[in-house]
Design a protein around this ligand. Structure first.
Ligand code: CA
Length: 392
């Protein structure tokens, strides 16, 4: 994506409407937790916050249009909004019907890597099946020249079978540098299915942008195994992004009570759920299928939180605007109502910091903007798009 001149982007943002404030992290959970593996005690820090857009209903995801054309924002009840020329426009037409129950609805949005040529917009959403249960689906449409419609929308992927009564749809969409589409799928709150290779629950899936299966996927031509699968044993991933310094995909997922984790999923590998987990059931009892924090044949998480922040959204920061944030990755927290900043040394996470805690907002998505600011969506019936920068 081309970099926007700052002043031009400020004009796009509608400078007059922006409210500026400062927000610090919350010190509630900074210490006293025995962290496993590479986990760290988080530190609290301040950040500068500007409210860019208000009045969004449970915004879930955003995508920056190239060339100062604005930002696409999904609202979970089923609307795609365009924020451009300093204002929020009416919902885009041409969207599919979504299952807007429980955690379901319109979820992630991603632009085609060739958007400048094809104007393709990919959407992930919960879809109801004939039997009443719901599953995650992904489709693509063409954004009209006037930004008002998504034309010729067609579904390219459906989670099969459909097993959700409203929980654990995932879902994040990410293109890698070769143009493959990764879809991070929840296990529909049906734990054992994350290990069933004939099902698409609890899987990371890798597709060509037209929905066909790449010939070099790890399980192609294996009887009884879905060829879309890249990796398995995932619980409910809601963050995925390509590490710009390695080209590798990072995915994070919700644990149950405890055990939120980041993974760097490799082809064909098993990331453990529900056989291995650092979490417990919400009741406090052990997960019935769990053998412990590890299990033979499964991968350990790259990073794990023993106390779940309930993580959603992920953004690597690779911009010159704020050198203090370079080589960082940011993660939103729903339950902890914070923005998590993780400092990297190579792939290793060496420091964790919590921002925005005193806003008291559930952070659903975080992305790095083309202007070098960080953008975050707050998940509520009156959600906002925030612009975040380091404290001066
Ligand atoms: Ca795991």
């Amino acid at each position: 994506m081309s970099l926007l001149p700052f002043d031009r982007f400020r004009r796009l943002c509608g400078r007059g409407a922006i409210k500026v404030s400062f927000a610090v992290g919350f010190a509630l959970q900074a210490s006293g937790i025995a962290m496993a593996g590479t986990s760290l005690d988080p530190q609290i820090a301040a950040a500068r916050v500007e409210t860019v857009v208000e009045g969004l209903e449970h915004p879930w995801a955003m995508a920056f249009l190239p060339e100062d054309e604005g930002i696409l924002i999904t609202e979970r009840p089923g609307r795609l909004r365009v924020w451009r020329d300093g204002r929020l426009h009416p919902p885009v037409s041409g969207l599919p019907e979504v299952y807007a129950g429980g955690q379901g609805g319109l979820l992630d949005v991603a632009l085609s890597p060739d958007f400048h040529k094809n104007r393709q917009v990919f959407l992930a959403y919960a879809e109801q099946g004939n039997g009443g249960a719901a599953g995650t689906a992904v489709g693509v449409g063409v954004l009209s020249a006037d930004f008002k419609a998504l034309e010729n929308f067609r579904v390219i992927f459906r989670q099969e079978p459909k097993l959700s009564s409203g929980q654990h749809f995932g879902c994040r969409l990410t293109f890698d540098e070769d143009g493959h589409l990764f879809i991070a799928l929840g296990e529909n709150n049906q734990r054992p299915t994350a290990q069933d290779l004939d099902k698409l629950q609890g899987k990371l899936v890798r597709l060509n942008p037209d929905g066909s299966v790449p010939k070099d996927n790890p399980f192609v031509n294996q009887p009884g195994v879905r060829p879309e699968i890249w990796s398995y044993g995932h619980r409910n991933p809601q963050g995925a992004a390509i590490n710009p310094w390695t080209g590798k995909l990072w995915v994070h997922e919700h644990g149950p009570r405890g055990g939120d984790e980041i993974n760097i999923p490799e082809a064909g590998k098993n990331y453990g759920w529900p056989l291995a987990t650092y979490g417990r059931n919400y009741s406090g009892f052990a997960i019935p299928e769990a053998q412990g924090e590890s299990a033979a044949g499964t991968e350990q998480p790259h990073y794990v939180w023993l106390k779940s922040p309930a993580i959603s959204g992920m953004a690597f920061y690779n911009h010159d605007r704020f050198p203090a944030w370079r080589n960082n990755v940011f993660v939103g927290a729903l339950k902890d109502r914070q923005l998590i900043r993780l400092e990297l040394a190579g792939d290793d996470i060496v420091r964790e910091e919590r921002l925005l805690g005193d806003l008291g907002e559930r952070i659903r998505d975080v992305r790095a903007g083309p202007d070098g600011y960080l953008y975050a969506l707050t998940d509520s019936s009156k959600g906002s798009l925030l612009r975040v920068s380091p404290s001066p």
